[in-house]
Design a protein around this ligand. Structure first.
Ligand code: PA5
Length: 444
């Protein structure tokens, strides 16, 4: 069954929403330049002639990922599942955020893993010594396997983590068994990790040359750890393929192309002086989806002095902290809400005869009803009273198919938004600056 579609709701998007809707109706003289630039961005993406065009492999990726490839990954993943209480994903940035976002979205809140699968832990995404010490101690008493994910194969943080964890694993199981518990995901030819994987005979999957780190969640970078976790990667890829088909069919039609509409909304906000886009969730399962999204947009657009700063908040939690700033601080924010239409469980609020807490006004209601009202109320307060444009991206439910759609939607909109600002959305030259300074200090 095809994954249900995402919907964009501009009800609370104020002038930004009106502008997008006028453009969608074709009557937008004052928005002509914005509309033209986004149409040009669409043509640039389609022609594959724009900046960074050697990194456009993500566009056709869902459609060209075969069931056989996915099954082979699932079979190898099953071997590791069978003998691992813990699976450690080593990687940073685009090499771990996508998998973590999907696992966090689908994993039961109070279970270590998904239905009988191993607990998924992460390493190589920072340099904390205490974290590593505690991780190694935790692994002392557990059966585990490792996955090292690095496209370049030379990134410092995962390389250090892998050196430590490989040594721990080999000491625990011996070199032969350790070899069967390590999977490498890296470049087909280049990089230290490729050489090591070939030399040691690790199972190795390839990060395609034409897919950059932050666009790589639907390659083995995301798919293999997800398969180990027990996520249905076939449904995830099918969801992304369905979104890709919708986008291709919609073409440059403003009324049908959700990616163009979202890119237009955020560009309108940016061009009208708003500096920060908040990705908002009303469910903690989506916190890491925002972390993935922040990397996607921050690294793709934040260059040449341009770009909305991507930030995130979790509601209603942050309504009791950041809510004050959003409501009354400097008017530099726009919001994009991940609005979940339907959860999985039913929890009704009971009636209390004494009504000591005064909460009987919601007795008999489901928690999702109260959450939905909190979302509606917050959208109104922030937009109508606070002047903050709020776009809602409605997710019909939270499953693999919908998440596949969401990933592809955000990736395409990101490329369009970046091209419309005349930046290369597929490079990240600024990331080198800290590395240069660090290597100087470390004497590399
Ligand atoms: O989007 C990117 O290219 C980066 O965020 C990378 O994913 C990150 O730096 C990790 O790189 P690598 O996979 O080469 O270790």
């Amino acid at each position: 069954m095809e994954a249900p579609k995402l919907e964009l709701d501009f009800t609370y998007a104020l002038q930004a929403g009106k502008a997008v809707q006028q453009i969608m109706q074709g009557a937008a003289a004052e928005e002509r330049q914005l509309a033209d630039e986004l149409q040009q961005a669409w043509r640039t993406l389609q022609s594959r002639q724009g900046a960074g065009n050697d990194f456009l492999g993500w566009i056709d990726l869902p459609g060209r990922t075969s069931a056989a490839e996915l099954q082979a990954m699932q079979a190898r993943a099953a071997e590791l599942r069978a003998k691992s209480q813990v699976f450690v994903c080593i990687g940073i940035g685009g090499s771990y955020l996508g998998a973590k976002a999907i696992i966090e979205a689908l994993k039961p809140a109070f279970s270590l893993g998904l239905s009988g699968g191993p607990e998924i832990l992460y390493a190589g995404h920072q340099l904390s010594e205490d974290y590593m010490h505690e991780l190694l101690a935790y692994l002392d008493g557990r059966d585990y396997s490792l996955c090292i994910i690095s496209k370049s194969g030379t990134t410092t943080e995962p390389a250090i983590a892998f050196r430590l964890l490989r040594a721990h694993l080999e000491k625990k199981y011996g070199k032969e068994e350790a070899r069967t518990r390590i999977v490498a995901i890296t470049d087909a030819r280049k990089g230290a990790m490729r050489q090591l994987a070939d030399r040691e005979g690790y199972t190795a999957y390839v990060v395609p040359d034409d897919v950059g780190g932050r666009f790589s969640v639907l390659t083995p970078v995301g798919l293999f750890p997800l398969a180990v976790a027990g996520i249905d990667i076939q449904a995830l890829v099918q969801g992304a393929a369905a979104e890709a088909a919708d986008v291709a069919e919609a073409g440059n039609d403003w009324k049908r192309n959700r990616c163009l509409q979202y890119a237009c909304y955020r560009q309108w906000c940016y061009r009208h002086g708003l500096g920060v886009e908040l990705l908002v969730n009303y469910d903690p399962r989506l916190i890491y989806m925002a972390e993935w999204w922040k990397q996607l947009y921050g690294e793709s657009e934040g260059k040449e002095g341009k770009g909305l700063f991507p930030a995130s908040v979790s509601f209603t939690t942050d309504l009791h902290s950041m809510g004050q700033y959003i409501q009354q601080g400097p008017r530099m924010l726009c919001e994009t809400v991940l609005s979940l239409a339907q959860g999985h469980a039913v929890v009704e609020i009971p009636t209390d005869a004494e009504n000591g807490d005064g909460m009987n006004f919601v007795a008999g209601r489901r928690m999702s009803y109260v959450n939905a009202k909190a979302e509606e109320a917050t959208c109104t307060a922030h937009s109508a009273e606070g002047g903050v444009p709020v776009l809602r991206v409605v997710l019909p439910t939270l499953d693999e198919g919908v998440l596949g759609r969401l990933i592809y939607f955000f990736e395409t909109a990101c490329a369009l938004s970046g091209y419309s600002m005349h930046v290369n959305p597929f490079d990240q030259p600024g990331v080198e600056a800290y590395k240069k300074q660090m290597f100087k200090l470390l004497g590399k």
